[in-house]
Design a protein around this ligand. Structure first.
Ligand code: GAR
Length: 201
């Protein structure tokens, strides 16, 4: 399965996918896209000799209207949003129906939506005084964080003293669940049954 990973910053989830795909021979990360000219995640991609593309209107960038063409040139069959903060163009969402997934650092459908990314999510969770948070991997549709949920894991945060502490605990779980879900897609073990997403053993 040829994958494109979309990033905006640090790239620790990209790294988690790449480390796990070294063992799983049926996963190939063929391109990495970012919404900035450069970001730390691109350095990780380059270490694995994966081509990187900046999206936008600036010189040298791939325009969002050209994205579909680049994805087909690389024969991408599956897209992973790993900390990507922009909306994916509608055309790409339609072409990749049920083939784009996103990782969100909280338990959707709570604490999601526009502006809910990174530490903003953990601040909202902390301020709510919630005792559990977690990770959600879901399908991507045309809006933020509303696609069907594929997998979730809970994290006990009853004793945390800051949003940063929540972020740290949640990120550890992100690095396990995202490669796991990508692996399940590569094995064709993710199904929709009675309108619910099911992962086969
Ligand atoms: C991750 O925590 C991811 O869940 C979050 O951004 C971070 C990216 O970290 N995504 C969102 O908040 C999307 N709404 P990374 O660049 O180290 O993978």
């Amino acid at each position: 399965m040829k994958i494109a990973v979309f990033v905006s910053g640090r790239g620790s989830n990209l790294h988690a996918i790449l480390s796990s795909s070294e063992e799983k021979k049926n996963i190939e990360v063929s391109a990495v896209f970012g919404d900035k000219i450069d970001c730390p995640a691109f350095d990780i991609a380059r270490r694995y000799s994966i081509p990187t593309f900046s999206l936008g209107n600036k010189e040298g960038c791939v325009n969002y209207t050209e994205l579909s063409g680049v994805l087909s040139k690389f024969k991408i069959g599956f897209i992973v949003l790993a900390g990507f903060l922009k909306l994916i163009p509608k055309e790409v969402v339609l072409n990749f129906d049920k083939r784009i997934i996103n990782i969100h650092p909280a338990l959707l459908p709570s604490f999601g939506g526009k502006g809910m990314y990174g530490i903003n999510v953990h601040k909202a969770v902390y301020e709510s005084s919630a005792k559990i948070s977690g990770v959600t991997v879901h399908f991507v549709d045309a809006s933020y964080d509303t696609g069907k949920i594929i997998a979730q894991r809970c994290v006990d945060i009853s004793d945390v003293r800051s949003p940063e502490e929540i972020a740290e605990r949640v990120l550890k779980i992100e690095h396990q669940i995202l490669p796991y879900v990508v692996g399940k897609f590569a094995e064709n073990k993710v199904r929709i049954v009675n309108d619910r997403v099911v992962i086969l053993d």
